[in-house]
Write a protein that binds this ligand. Sequence first.
Ligand SMILES: [Zn+2]
Length: 401
Amino acid sequence: MTTERLYFQDAYLTRFRATVVERLTWEGHPAVVLDRTAFYPEGGGQPADRGWLNGVAVVDVRTRSDDVAVVHVLAGDLPADEVEGVVDWPRRYDHMQQHTAQHILSQAFIRAAEAETVGFHLGERYTTIDLDVEVSPDDVARAEELANQVVEENRAVTARFVPQEELARLNVRRPPKVTGPVRLVEIADFDVVPCGGTHVAHTGEVGLVAVTRVERYKGGTRVTFLAGRRARADYARRRALLAQLGDVLTCGEEDLVPRVERLLTEHKAATSALRKAQERLLSVEAEALWARAPQVNGVRIINAPFDDRDPDLVRKLAGMLRNRERAMVIFGWQGKDKARFVFARTEDVDVHMGQVLKQVLEEYGGRGGGRPDWAEGGVSIPERVPDILATAARLLESMIS
Ligand SMILES: [Zn+2]
């Protein structure tokens, strides 16, 4: 049975009496169809209302496709046949503000950029419209300005049903998606469009239309915006964010950009200076390791454990020593929950470091390997780094003795 939709006549109606005409199960939940309802079912880009029927929470509202009955999906059983419905008003009013803003903004984009709206989605946090063409930042600014002008002018927003035949005579923004009488929503002297959604009575109630994001989308443009209380809350959030940034950077709003730019420049210079200093330190360290390394048959075995060192710096150090002559490098360090190793050698030594590392780590239940001149691996006993290096050193000594 088709439900009488009370919100068509009055979007501000939040309490109503109705009779249960059907009980059913909808996706595992108890559900009812009423003879009349003020609940808006999901559709046309607008989410479903929430609320209560005799105090039982309405968790979803859907239109049944075969007979367009409005199905109220409930959190629990509803034994009574006569019910009082209460619509969750803050949620509904938010949807009315966003939806009306969408009508205003869609018409504004036609006037500012000849861009037609081909998609609309009212989300939990943001609302988007999809335009059929790409628009410039200037177009967006003009459309936003025009939309807010229409908000300020507080124009009447009205809805009426007209027969299909009448549509041809009216300047309707897009053709209807339904057959039979069509519900037209009109913003006085600005916009007329077929729509089954809920809207505020005057554009002033939209308060503010704020475009927050513009991106290319399917050959056109996706415009994200906020209206009404959402826009106000967003403005408050942004002010708080700027104030917080000002506190952190100890400067006023107008100095934020130059301050951050200066910090980035300083950071870049400091990073570059640090890198140069690290490289100088590494050369000194390489020299010290080289000098104290024992030699077997003229080949140095450079064995060193490292604590709390950036693994990339350890690798770099190994790389510097590998570029010398007649040396083998065995480095290990404690990673987060692993001991890690780099084994390397100079070009003039005939030992396969990949095979050596593999053999040594297998003894300790670890894994590793690599090329003859460079190998890496790890084992999950971080505290055994010195033992493992000693084992490797003994093996290398025996190989070149
Ligand atoms: Zn609408």
